[in-house]
Design a binder for this molecule. Structure first.
Ligand SMILES: *Cc1c(COP(=O)(O)O)cnc(C)c1O
Length: 402
């Protein structure tokens, strides 16, 4: 029996132990210490943001972003029906109302026409979620938001390293948030980051995350804040992870390219794409299985589980959860993705041989013929048809957009 291949696993082979040990040895184990500003600076640079401030996790980062914008009871925030539950929960934490829209069938991110249709005088913000590492249409969304004077809060928790027309996601909108949970692009165990180019907004985020304590007068709290701080030990881990980020991004894209080359053309499978001018980080390589092909998503998952290959079903639409349930079938694209979607192992530690083994197991399960690609030593890929043209060039050049 081969070893189980997980959907995601952290890679901690850099200077993690050195930096965390240093943080512990220094005695600065709580939310003060040199690694916090070092991590924040490295992160701000990587996402080309003026400011970055750490948070205890991605959820608290999102909550801080909304709270800093002054969003509260009576306000509406537009979010996609298909996302991780935290995107909706943070809206509820503020007292505001989440307003759901369906996602685009290609990118699985906010459908712009539906966003426009759901804007009301109460709408204060729209929250694009760069799902599975593919950016939302930020250009269109920012223009729309500017037209209506609403904020754009990027949930970039799954998309560190993804870009829109060369610009990293996170600070394209008004404010953006990242998660460093163990399965994300980088990890600090638990952790998050808020980024923005707005100095007043980051000041407000920092005030809110630190009990609302005035930076000018200790133990004076002009507002009701939270304790959403990250520790220096986590930031030490984060800094070591940041040193490896370019390699992580390149590896994720190379894994996606390799899956793509081995699975394209397989009947019944709809592979993830990359819509120009976006580059995806392929956080999880997630495809759709057409049940008409004879094997449905859950069937494929069981067949792969028998081979010790772990998979993950796509998110369930938020509107299917008891706190958010809505009558009717208004989000057909989200529903179809939820029913048919499956994520294959996508951790950066995967070897090419493991990717080949997984792709072979998928082909076998869906009854596709095995091809002789297993002998290829270099992932040299032929051009892909639109809309994925521009995605794949060669194993090393995947960060480039065509
Ligand atoms: C992971 C994730 C979050 C929440 O991050 P945590 O660090 O787990 O709190 C929010 N939104 C999306 C889309 C995520 O994938």
């Amino acid at each position: 029996m081969s070893l189980r291949i997980p959907v995601a696993e952290p890679q901690l082979a850099g200077r993690e132990i050195e930096y965390v040990t240093d943080a512990v040895a220094s005695g600065w184990v709580s939310s003060t210490g040199k690694y916090l500003p070092l991590f924040e600076r490295a992160f701000a640079e990587a996402v080309e943001s003026e400011h970055a401030t750490t948070a205890s996790n991605g959820t608290t980062a999102l909550h801080l972003a909304l709270a800093a914008l002054g969003i509260g009871p009576g306000d509406e925030v537009i979010i996609p029906a298909l996302t991780f539950i935290a995107s909706a929960n943070v809206v509820v934490y503020t007292g505001a109302t989440p307003v759901f829209v369906d996602v685009d069938p290609i990118t699985w991110t906010l459908d712009l026409a539906q966003v426009r249709a759901k804007i009301t005088p109460r709408t204060r913000a729209v929250m694009p979620v760069h799902l599975y590492g593919h950016p939302a249409d930020m250009t269109g969304l920012c223009a729309l938001a500017a037209e209506y004077g609403i904020a754009v809060v990027e949930d970039a928790c799954e998309a560190l390293g993804a870009r829109v027309a060369g610009r990293p996601v996170g600070a394209i909108g008004t404010i953006g948030c990242f998660s460093f949970f163990g399965n994300k692009v980088i990890t600090t165990g638990e952790g998050g980051m808020v980024v923005t180019n707005d100095a007043a907004l980051i000041e407000r985020v920092e005030l809110l995350k630190n009990h609302g304590m005035s930076p000018k007068r200790r133990y004076f709290h002009p507002i009701v804040g939270f304790n959403y701080r990250m520790t220096n030990m986590q930031a030490a881990l984060g800094l070591a992870q940041m040193e490896q980020l370019p390699g992580f991004i390149e590896r994720k894209r190379a894994i996606a390219a390799r899956y793509h080359a081995r699975l394209r053309g397989v009947p019944g499978l709809r592979l993830p794409t990359e819509e120009a001018p976006c580059t995806s980080v392929f956080w999880l390589y997630t495809m759709l299985v057409d049940p008409a092909s004879g094997l449905d998503r859950d069937g494929l998952a069981s067949r792969l589980a028998e081979r010790n290959i772990e998979t993950r079903p796509t998110f369930i639409p938020i509107t299917d959860m008891p706190p958010y349930q809505e009558a009717g079938e208004r989000y057909p694209v989200s529903r179809r993705i939820a029913e048919r979607g499956i994520s294959l192992p996508s951790g950066t530690a995967l070897t090419d041989e493991q990717v080949d083994l997984i792709a072979g197991a998928v082909r076998e399960a869906v009854g596709a013929s095995q091809r002789s690609w297993a002998v290829a030593t270099r992932p040299v890929l032929s051009p892909l048809p639109a809309p994925v043209a521009g995605l794949l060039t060669d194993g090393a050049g995947l960060l480039k957009t065509a």
